[in-house]
Ligand binder design. Structure first.
Ligand SMILES: NC(=O)c1ccc[n+]([C@@H]2O[C@H](COP(=O)([O-])OP(=O)(O)OC[C@H]3O[C@@H](n4cnc5c(N)ncnc54)[C@H](OP(=O)(O)O)[C@@H]3O)[C@@H](O)[C@H]2O)c1
Length: 269
């Protein structure tokens, strides 16, 4: 049983069918034990297939899914998680997240946080958390269920969007962070500052970007369709960046947000 969120997980956004089955199976063979999916990705059943085929004992795995915005009403959240569990062929997930705050706050934060807590108490999820929550939404979630119930806030973090205000507020309240799109969807590969640091460490730029997040205590969930990249991304855990390296990457902040879906994204901090 994983009692903490494993620091390196495998993202599955965009990956469908045999592509996601192959990615998750390769990841599990290479040693990943944390898989990140979501209702909206449309791949929970494929992730379930990959897990079943892998033969990795359930107790070693940490599986996250995310509740879509159409399922946030109190009467819908638990049935939607039950449907996710059927697809994943699991009795419970390790972590169930609210994928985005309800667009335009149509459903109050307290309503879905309490439903999510009820899901945890009913045994559908070992831990619960939030994703894409702003400071305002975090405050309301804390008021609803208490910070101790919030296992993580999964937000976009990479060298070009460091999300410092959200990070500072989460830390102040003891809420862990998970960095999604930690490679800025591949953009870190072409940055000259990151490339220079990579060269000095005998590493590749993806490993440096992941090490930068890991060193700040964030979990990371990079995705890849390539076995070699899946393997090298895991190697980020062995890299220690110097204070100078960390400071150089800190200068790359550019408020360069990639995940900003119209009609869904909140007003960012
Ligand atoms: N909560 C949310 O709202 C939210 C939003 C977005 C994403 N996420 C989660 O975060 C995960 C990661 O985000 P993401 O997949 O969008 O972006 P990402 O992990 O930042 O980047 C993935 C891209 O980088 C490439 N890549 C991966 N490793 C590489 C390496 N070692 N060298 C060179 N290129 C490499 C991949 O291509 P190859 O396939 O060619 O390796 C892919 O194009 C998602 O899969 C999802 O689980 C959550």
């Amino acid at each position: 049983m994983q009692d903490k969120i494993p620091a390196i997980g495998l993202g599955t956004f965009r990956l469908q069918g045999q592509v996601v089955i192959d990615s998750v199976r390769a990841g599990l063979e290479l040693g990943y034990r944390h898989i990140d999916t979501a209702q909206i990705y449309g791949n929970e059943a494929d992730v379930g297939t990959a897990i079943a085929q892998s033969g990795v004992p359930r107790t070693e795995l940490f599986v996250t899914t995310k509740v879509w915005t159409s399922n946030l009403e109190a009467g819908k959240l638990i049935p939607s998680l039950e449907a996710s569990l059927d697809k994943l062929r699991l009795e419970r997930v390790d972590l169930a997240l609210v994928h985005w705050p309800s667009p335009q706050d149509a459903v109050p934060v307290a309503e879905y946080m309490q439903a999510l807590l009820e899901a945890k108490r009913a045994g559908l999820a070992r831990m619960i958390g939030i994703s894409n929550f702003t400071i305002r939404h975090m405050r309301q979630a804390i008021d609803a269920v208490g910070a101790a119930e919030i296992a993580t806030n999964q937000v976009e973090i990479h060298p070009f969007l460091q999300n410092r205000a959200v990070v500072a507020f989460a830390r102040e309240h003891g809420i862990h962070l998970t960095a999604y799109m930690p490679l800025a969807y591949g953009k870190v590969m072409t940055d000259p500052v990151i490339a220079g640091i990579a060269e000095r460490h005998g590493a590749n730029p993806a490993q440096i970007a992941l090490a930068w997040s890991l060193q700040q205590g964030y979990a990371v969930i990079p995705s890849s369709t390539k076995r070699a990249n899946l393997g090298s991304n895991l190697g980020a855990a062995r890299i220690t960046l110097s204070d100078e390296d960390m400071a150089a990457i800190a200068t790359l902040e550019a408020n360069d947000r990639i995940a900003n879906p119209e009609g869904i994204a909140p007003e960012w901090d």
